[in-house]
Design a protein. Structure first.
Length: 208
């Protein structure tokens, strides 16, 4: 899935099909989303030092709200399967990269705010979903340190190495996947996540 023009060159390792989409048109993707076993949300922008209202709005829309809407659409598809008694041998999965910026500075205030919002939304959903939905749809949060990409060409970690680490941790059944050279993140992120989940569950009123 891409916001940009799909590349014309294809190879055996790359995607065999591209889906063009824009923020705000998430509901139009339902037919495509229903075919996915795993939906990975990794799109984003980094306005760096820019902090104008326009940059704030754009970062919130792309980094947080579009992922939130895609997450809701994928959850609804999973619920439809439950209502139709169309169980799956393996559950659907959604992997959401919130970034290490969720809990630590990233030298970009607006980027940090948008990623923290996304991280809190994912934590909230992970804490309050009913058991039958948990069995049909697994939500994994990816908290990744700086890896080299078009978004961050000076990242410390190699993107392929990071991807392999993510796959390894997912194969171990982890719902919170952390890959970073910063040891503090391995300490702070689980504590932060646990605190959010406890807070959400205590205040959750599913009957209202």
């Amino acid at each position: 899935m891409t916001h940009s023009s799909p590349p014309q060159i294809k190879d055996d390792e790359g995607p065999h099909r591209w889906i063009s989409w824009q923020c705000g048109d998430e509901i139009a993707l339902d037919g495509d989303l229903a075919q996915f076993d795993v939906l990975v949300l990794n799109h984003g922008i980094n306005p760096k030092g820019s902090q104008s209202p326009e940059d704030v709005n754009r970062a919130l829309e792309i980094n947080a709200l579009s992922s939130w809407r895609l997450m809701q659409r994928y959850e609804e598809i999973s619920r439809c399967n439950i209502r139709k008694h169309q169980g799956r041998e393996t559950p659907m999965e959604i992997w959401i990269n919130t970034s290490e910026a969720e809990i630590q500075p990233a030298v970009s205030p607006v980027y940090e705010i948008s990623k923290r919002l996304l991280g809190q939304l994912v934590s909230l959903r992970g804490a309050t979903r009913p058991a039958d939905e948990r069995n049909q749809l697994v939500i994994r949060k990816l908290v990744l340190g700086p890896f080299r990409s078009d978004l961050n060409p000076i990242g410390i970690m190699d993107a392929n190495w990071v991807a392999n680490q993510v796959l390894n941790q997912a194969s171990w059944g982890l719902r919170l996947i952390i890959v970073t050279p910063n040891p503090l993140t391995y300490l702070l992120m689980p504590v932060t996540e646990l605190g959010r989940r406890i807070y959400s569950r205590i205040l959750s009123r599913p009957d209202r």
